[in-house]
Design a protein around this ligand. Structure first.
Ligand code: AMP
Ligand code: MG
Length: 324
């Protein structure tokens, strides 16, 4: 089966074509804010302007290979309302135009499923860390249950906010990672884990304060160490509770080498296996939507047009996992 997937929950518009075995084609267009963070309406405008181009690009590749899509998948949520609506409109139009089934995909679940597909992980505790979300999840009794999550902003948002406050451009995560390599000392910052949940808002503000008195590299390093230690602590506890022998890291912040290193060490110490997808599958991408749509369809899930409304606060545990 071949599925065309559309992703555009936030900054990255991406279309992809996948079959059971691999990605056949993918193209994307990235919205870069002129200043500050992501502006939802501007991002949606960007997606609307570039939709035809990215869809045409993967369809022309499909035509060349004589492999046309048999279904349309799209990210139904969670995400920014205007962006979601733009993508859903395009997905409905394609499904109607080519008379193909439509599948609405939960964006968080797509990160997890593509991670499992690309790494061979079978039953992991998942750390999902991105610009919009930070969650620790594991599959139990037919759903991805959320064991822990942020009480305020996501870790990616905390990094980006801090970065902006010290004059670094969006997205800040990679720049912080780079600067942290030159650090000479750790500066204590607030470490906030409450039960299985974590909080990043105070940490981001404290880092901004600290940057007035300390070397920027030292603050970047300390911010990473503190935030990532919180995430690793909760992931480890979820593995113990849910009795998982694997950990999987997904989402844009997962591109950070230090975070991967810390999780890898935690897994090694408890005799578990750590899985890290290739960077291209970490941030938001169309392939993850196409692939998840494909396995959902094969398990019998279809989204009728009248049920294809976007869900900006769509939670992964709202979805019954019919394909496991
Ligand atoms: P996503 O929402 O999954 O597309 O991920 C975007 C987020 O990932 C943004 O907050 C980025 O700052 C963050 N990010 C990307 N690369 C890195 C990195 N190397 N280290 C930390 N954060 C990163
Ligand atoms: Mg994402």
């Amino acid at each position: 089966m071949i599925v065309l997937g559309l992703e555009g929950t936030a900054w990255n518009l991406s279309a992809a074509l996948v079959d059971e075995r691999d990605v056949i084609a993918e193209d994307h267009s990235t919205y870069v804010p002129a200043k500050g963070g992501i502006h939802p309406r501007e991002a949606a405008q960007h997606h609307a302007e570039h939709m035809a181009k990215v869809v045409r690009s993967v369809l022309s590749k499909a035509r060349e290979m004589d492999r046309m899509p048999e279904a349309i998948a799209f990210s139904q949520g969670p995400g920014l309302g205007p962006c979601l609506r733009t993508v859903a409109t395009a997905a409905r139009a394609l499904a109607l135009r080519f008379d193909l089934p439509l599948v609405g995909v939960n964006h968080c679940i797509a990160h997890i499923e593509v991670g499992k597909w690309r790494t061979g992980s079978r039953d992991p505790a998942v750390l999902y860390v991105s610009g919009g979300n930070s969650q620790v999840l594991a599959l139990r009794r037919g759903r991805y249950r959320i064991f822990g999550e942020t009480l305020d902003i996501s870790v990616g948002n905390a990094l980006d906010k801090f970065a902006r406050s010290v004059g670094l451009s969006h997205p800040g995560g990679p720049k912080i990672e780079e600067l942290a390599l030159c650090a000479k000392q750790y500066i204590p910052l607030p470490y906030t884990v409450k039960g299985m949940d974590f909080s990043f808002s105070g940490l981001s503000t404290a880092a901004t304060e600290a940057a007035r008195r300390h070397e920027l590299a030292d603050v970047c390093y300390s911010l990473q160490e503190t935030a990532f230690a919180m995430l690793v602590e909760v992931t480890e506890r979820a593995m113990a509770h849910a009795e998982k022998e694997e950990a999987l890291l997904v989402g844009g912040v997962g591109a950070n080498r230090r975070l991967g290193e810390m999780l890898n060490l935690m897994c090694w110490e408890r005799g578990a296996r750590f899985f890290l997808p290739d960077k291209g599958f970490m941030g938001d991408n169309g392939s993850m939507i196409a692939y998840t749509g494909l396995i959902m369809l094969k398990s019998g899930v279809v989204t009728p047009i009248e049920q294809s409304k976007v869900i900006p606060l769509y939670r992964p545990d709202d979805v019954e996992v019919t394909w496991a």
